[in-house]
Design a protein around this ligand. Structure first.
Ligand code: ADP
Length: 695
């Protein structure tokens, strides 16, 4: 048998060309190859191609899945932004409805701010001329800067006051007042003079001077923003307290009541200060605690409102310039932002209202809404962000609020790193599955290719075996027929010639029967049904009998068989027929592959733990690289000398099986061109071999 022949493209081409030339072996190869190709085609159509298609769609699916995940985040972000938008809208609408209801029912927005919205801080009402309704008046044009205080005369008066010379200071202020024509400067000087007189200790003159200020400069505002009349009354009340606390207290009470009943001016804070100072005095004098608290609250509230109203001034002037200070879009709300406040503006039938929502509180409230606009486990979150806030990473949606454009709704990925990692993990898993599938297909392809290759080889080997068997059978049959016919026709006349013919017939018949035995045994071994009848016995006797028979059979080839037997041999468990078959096979090989007129050595050796039977020849030998193969079934050497001999490649296989069935083994030593020794190892120690199957 030939060793495994390759399936490379070059070799295939070679075989195709050889088949074209009519080489029967090549034709057979091509036949086998066609079978293999059919198998591969079926494999490709049913496994490889669908597998690759599945992998392709798997990869496409992974990409689609990743895109879908991104799209889902985008959708979630839109949804979150929508939800928050709706909630903010609802919040404003609720506020507007409540405000309108209050305006329609004539309830004061101003006094019940907290019911409307915790963020509402102040409400202003203007009439259709744009005049701010009570308790405020719009600020008159800004008072001219108090330039007189930079004059030399004023400075001298001030210096005298600082030096403690109050009488001189009072005289200097009086002189300054006489010379100036500005009413504000006159008032300023009159008040400064009254104060200096008081400090000089002349309270009578001071009282007269303060009364003068109160009479003549009542509405004049000091540089610090106080009305001189209010300051003078305050000082007069203090003077009264010094004389008569009871009377003084009622002076302060009158001062406070008067101020709280008046309109205050946007942008001016003096009135509140005076009220608070007067309240402090009353407290010291032991006034009505409850009333003091109420008045102080009112003053505080007004001060706050004056602060906010100052911020609105620009907006109002803008509206006035556009001629929009007339009722329009009654009941609709418009929003305008000033630093610190978002103003809701609306017209009733006759009046324009401004309601201030404190920016910080409003923002806080809207952010509270944002907090619950998404589920806690969601990949996206939504927030209300100020224009100058640092940008939120991985922002997906940004919408500015229609009512306060300085704020935006921002929807963003809650944890971009985790999101990216999760998506990458999904992609990795998908890729892993696809790679696994592809890997399995590749491995499957290789395994299948190996399988096909082995099947191809075994098909070749078997067909070669069949050819060898028929060849082997034909030659003894031909010999027997020829010799028998010769005898029948009386062609062999001499008794010697007849005897030779008979001898050939017997020898060839024996060869035939040996071959048939071998093949039947081989078939039985292969099927696993061969049984051996092991009994203890003398191995030397068994071997000797075989050699005797063989010597007769091979006489014509004039072989010398040299036998060596030990004197004492322990009994060896063996099947005498099977061992005979083994030795015959070895002798027949030694005769076949030994050279003409050669020598065969048969030696039975008693080793310590085994009995060895050695069959040696001085023949062609076996190449070292083939020593490992010669026991394989159907294996025949490629060596030309060996190929010259007929054979089927199963003789040594049977030897190996039988020896294994005896619990022993067979080994070989060989030198190319020198000779070969096969050694049968029979165990004599260890468990007695039982009836074992041959394969
Ligand atoms: P075959 O029918 O070919 O003899 P075997 O199984 O008996 O089959 O032997 C296998 C191969 O081992 C042979 O083809 C031959 O090449 C080699 N071989 C066996 N015995 C010998 C030997 N005594 N000397 C050289 N080669 C041998």
């Amino acid at each position: 048998m030939t060793p495994a022949s390759g399936l490379g493209p070059l070799r295939i081409l070679q075989r195709v060309l050889a088949a074209r030339r009519g080489d029967p072996r090549a034709k057979e190869d091509i036949y086998h190859l066609r079978g293999a190709l059919k198998f591969l085609a079926v494999f490709a159509a049913t496994i490889a191609l669908p597998g690759l298609l599945l992998s392709y769609y798997g990869l496409a699916g992974i990409a689609a899945q990743r895109d879908a995940a991104q799209a889902q985040v985008a959708r979630d972000a839109e949804l979150a932004a929508d939800t928050l938008s709706t909630r903010i809208e609802a919040e404003f609408v609720a506020f507007e409805n409540a405000a309108l209801t209050r305006l329609k029912t004539g309830k004061s927005l101003h006094l019940r701010l907290n019911e409307l919205s915790p963020a509402v801080r102040v409400v202003f009402r203007f009439d259709r001329q744009g005049t701010l309704a009570a308790p405020f008046v719009r600020a008159p044009p800004a008072a001219s800067a108090a330039r007189w205080r930079l004059s030399e005369a004023w400075s001298e008066a001030g210096a005298a006051e600082l030096a403690g010379d109050y009488s001189a200071a009072a005289a200097a202020y009086a002189a300054f007042g006489k010379h100036t024509s500005l009413p504000a400067a006159k008032g300023d000087a009159a008040f400064a003079r009254a104060r200096s007189l008081l400090r000089a200790g002349d309270s009578r003159a001071a009282e007269a001077a303060f009364k003068d200020v109160e009479r003549n400069y009542r509405a004049v505002r000091s540089v610090e923003g106080f009305r001189l009349g209010d300051l003078a009354r305050y000082k007069l009340a203090e003077l009264v307290v010094a004389r008569d606390p009871q009377a003084g207290r009622s002076e302060f009470e009158k001062l406070i009541a008067g101020l709280l009943a008046e309109d205050w001016v946007i942008g001016e804070g003096g009135e509140a200060q005076v009220v608070k100072g007067a309240l402090d005095n009353l407290e010291a004098l032991g006034g009505d605690v409850e009333r003091l608290r109420r008045d102080r609250e009112t003053a505080d509230d007004r001060q706050t409102q004056l602060y906010w109203a100052g911020a609105l001034q620009g907006e109002l002037e803008g509206l006035g310039a556009k001629g929009r200070l007339l009722p329009q879009d009654v009941g609709k709300f418009y929003y305008v932002s000033t630093p610190g406040a978002v103003w809701a503006r609306t017209w009733t039938a006759s009046d324009l209202y401004y309601v201030a929502l404190d920016s910080q509180q409003l923002l806080h409230r809207l952010r509270g809404l944002a907090f619950t606009a998404t589920a806690p486990g969601s990949d996206v979150a939504v927030a209300v962000s100020e224009t100058d806030d640092p940008p939120i990473p991985d922002t997906r949606v940004r919408r500015s609020l229609s009512r306060a454009p300085q704020w935006s709704i921002v929807a963003y990925a809650r944890n971009p790193a985790e999101l990216a990692a999760r998506q990458a993990g999904e992609v990795r898993r998908g890729l892993g599955n696809v790679l696994l599938a592809v890997g399995m297909i590749v491995v499957g392809t290789f395994l299948s290719a190996g399988l096909v290759r082995r099947e191809l080889h075994s098909a070749r080997v078997k067909s070669e075996f069949a050819a060898n068997v028929s060849h082997e059978l034909r030659s003894p049959i031909t010999q027997i027929r020829l010799k028998a016919e010769a005898l029948q026709l009386g062609l062999a006349e001499s008794p010697e010639a007849r005897a030779r013919h008979y001898e050939v017939i017997v020898r060839e018949a024996e060869r035939l029967s040996r071959m048939v035995d071998n093949m039947l045994d081989f078939a039985a071994i292969e099927r696993g049904v061969k049984r051996y009848d092991l009994r203890p016995g003398d191995l030397s006797v068994t071997v000797q009998n075989v050699v005797e028979t063989a010597r007769l059979a091979m006489e014509t080839r004039s072989m010398t068989i040299e036998e060596t037997y030990p004197d004492d041999l322990p009994a060896v468990w063996h099947d005498a027929d099977a061992v005979a078959q083994v030795v015959v096979n070895l002798l027949s090989n030694a005769a076949k592959y030994g050279r003409e007129a050669s020598w065969i050595g048969v030696r039975v050796v008693n080793a310590d733990d085994e009995v060895r039977v050695e069959v040696s020849d001085r023949g062609i030998g076996v190449r070292p690289q083939e020593l490992g193969h010669i026991f394989e079934q159907y294996y025949r050497s490629n060596d030309l000398l060996a190929r010259g001999q007929k054979g089927t490649g199963i003789g040594l296989t049977i030897v190996k099986y039988i020896m294994e069935a005896h619990g022993g083994s067979v080994s070989v030593r060989s030198t190319l061109g020198v000779g070969t020794t096969f050694v049968l190892h029979f165990p004599i120690t260890g468990p007695i071999p039982t009836d074992r199957p041959g394969a």
